[in-house]
Write a protein that binds this ligand. Structure first.
Ligand SMILES: NC(=O)c1ccc[n+]([C@@H]2O[C@H](COP(=O)([O-])OP(=O)(O)OC[C@H]3O[C@@H](n4cnc5c(N)ncnc54)[C@H](OP(=O)(O)O)[C@@H]3O)[C@@H](O)[C@H]2O)c1
Length: 467
């Protein structure tokens, strides 16, 4: 869909006229956590002018990235109200994942990247889902200053839009289907929310693994795209004509497609009644992958408070009588708990992208100034695959130049940069402390802070350096 068709939000703020548009950019700032994600768009999230980073303050291992494409993720929305498990500390800039061009590299970083390199920024190391010193610097901005360890070369021929949605979606699909689900060639997987970011990625990954994919969704138009993207069968579970809300039963259709046997694996990013119905169309011993609960997102109270009643419940009689394995699949938390999980996953996702085997689908793009419309579109479920924010108008004027394959630039970083993932055991944050506390994890704060200091990173804690 053309973003131009989406009406601009009435609350959009423009930069003061005194600022030079040639020399300034913008960033989105979440001033405080709101009651709900949509409420926050009206009350506590602003677009503010942003000066270019002062190069004199860029550390030797830091890099200034001119942000061109930032994914607008479901998690970005939940985070603004503190209803995601990882709590950012306001003020912060949303945008877990983003891609752009290296604009400046510190003295040591210049050994690894060059000005003009097309890079994607790893959300484990920088941005609101990271746990170190760079978590306030998300992608809804014109620039970010990040440690060089956060950068990956944009693989293969991916555009920057595609690169900006690569890791979150495909690492999730890989973690769920491979590490947790042990999906094998010849098996059948039922993918719910298949038109969404992690759903469509699961369709792609499951097909690469040689599985048969049955994809569900509530819109025939979106399911047509999912089918074109590789799903073997699609099942429309949207309400029938005349009905409002809810989903229709799908067990008979799924049973029919599997000759009455049921599926081997369920990839469930939707939750609620979809989860319940799923248990009625699985084979004995099936693996149920709990990926998310897009249909019941507000299981925590707003403003970062916990304690809302759990919206999702499973019938233990079906779990027992069908011998099911119910597997929770929190990708980031699992990777922090077990640092061996991520390296093979990250390497595989980047390799698949480099080989052209996965190409993320982006249905919506918006200018940064229209971040509210972008976030509303994502929350409303208008998006298929990815929703991406573009930089400032100044940036857009140069988009064609930036978006050319730039094979030489990609090679320049690709030749020199290790594909090793950045360390996931660095830094400390209130958000991680909360995750870790719930899980009984002890965070090696002193050691990690020493590592941060020796790597030239900015100090963490409550003080945020806005750039
Ligand atoms: N496990 C992990 O590590 C991990 C990582 C990232 C995200 N997640 C979670 O995964 C879930 C999906 O994330 P996403 O980024 O893919 O979101 P998304 O892009 O918005 O996709 C969610 C999809 O779910 C479907 N859906 C939404 N509400 C529904 C309802 N009431 N009933 C039935 N279907 C509904 C929609 O498809 P249709 O409109 O076609 O029905 C939508 O496309 C979220 O809960 C998110 O928090 C988990």
């Amino acid at each position: 869909m053309d973003a131009a068709k989406v009406p601009s939000a009435p609350h959009r703020k423009e930069p003061p006229e005194t600022m030079s548009t040639a020399e300034t950019g913008h960033r989105v700032v979440v001033r405080e956590l709101s009651e709900t994600p949509l409420a926050g768009l009206d009350t506590s999230i602003d677009l503010v002018p942003m000066a270019p980073p002062d190069r004199a303050e860029v550390g030797p291992r830091e890099v200034v990235v001119a942000i061109r494409s930032a994914a607008v993720g479901w998690v970005d929305l939940l985070m603004t109200s503190g209803q995601y498990q990882h709590l950012p500390t306001p003020p912060y800039t949303p945008g877990l994942e983003y891609a752009g061009v290296v604009e400046y590299a510190g003295s040591e970083a210049a050994d690894t990247v060059r000005v003009g390199d097309r890079v994607l920024v790893d959300g484990f190391t920088a941005g609101p889902r990271s746990v170190g010193a760079y978590r306030a610097q998300g992608g809804f901005a014109s620039w970010a200053v990040v440690p060089v360890e956060a950068l990956h070369a944009v693989p293969g021929t991916l555009t920057l839009d595609q690169a900006s949605i690569l890791l979150g979606s495909y690492e999730t699909a890989y973690h769920c289907l491979v590490a947790r689900g042990r999906l094998r060639a010849g098996e059948t997987v039922l993918v719910h929310g298949a038109s969404g970011s992690v759903g469509l990625a699961a369709v792609h990954v499951a097909k690469l693994l040689g599985a048969t994919v049955i994809a569900t969704g509530r819109s025939a138009a979106k399911l047509a795209v999912v089918k074109a993207e590789g799903a073997d069968h699609v099942v429309d579970i949207g309400p029938r004509e005349g009905e409002t809300g809810g989903v229709r039963r799908f067990r008979d259709e799924v049973k029919a497609v599997t000759d009455g046997r049921g599926v081997d694996v369920v990839y469930d990013g939707v939750g609620g009644e979809v989860s319940l119905e799923s248990l009625r169309c699985v084979a004995f011993g099936a693996r149920i992958l709990v990926v998310g609960w897009a249909s019941t997102p507000l299981v925590a109270k707003g403003r970062g408070e916990r304690g809302a009643p759990n919206a999702n419940q499973l019938p233990t009689n079906l779990v027992m009588m069908k011998g099911l394995d119910v597997l929770g699949c929190p990708t980031v938390i699992s990777s922090l708990m077990d640092p061996t999980l991520r390296p093979p996953r990250l390497a595989q996702v980047l390799a698949w992208a480099a080989e052209g085997k996965i190409a993320p689908h982006v249905s919506h793009t918006f200018a940064l100034a229209d971040f509210r419309a972008a976030m509303r579109a994502k929350w409303a479920g208008d998006v298929i695959g990815g929703c991406v924010l573009h930089g400032t108008e100044r940036d857009d004027a140069h988009r064609r130049q930036r978006e050319e394959p730039a094979a030489s630039a990609a090679r320049s970083i690709g030749d020199r940069q290790r594909l090793d993932p950045p360390s996931t055991t660095r830094g400390s944050s209130a958000g991680f402390a909360r995750d870790a506390g719930e899980l009984g994890v002890r965070w090696p704060r002193a050691a990690s802070m020493k590592a941060l200091a020796s790597s030239g990173e900015r100090s963490s804690g409550s003080k945020t350096t806005w750039r």
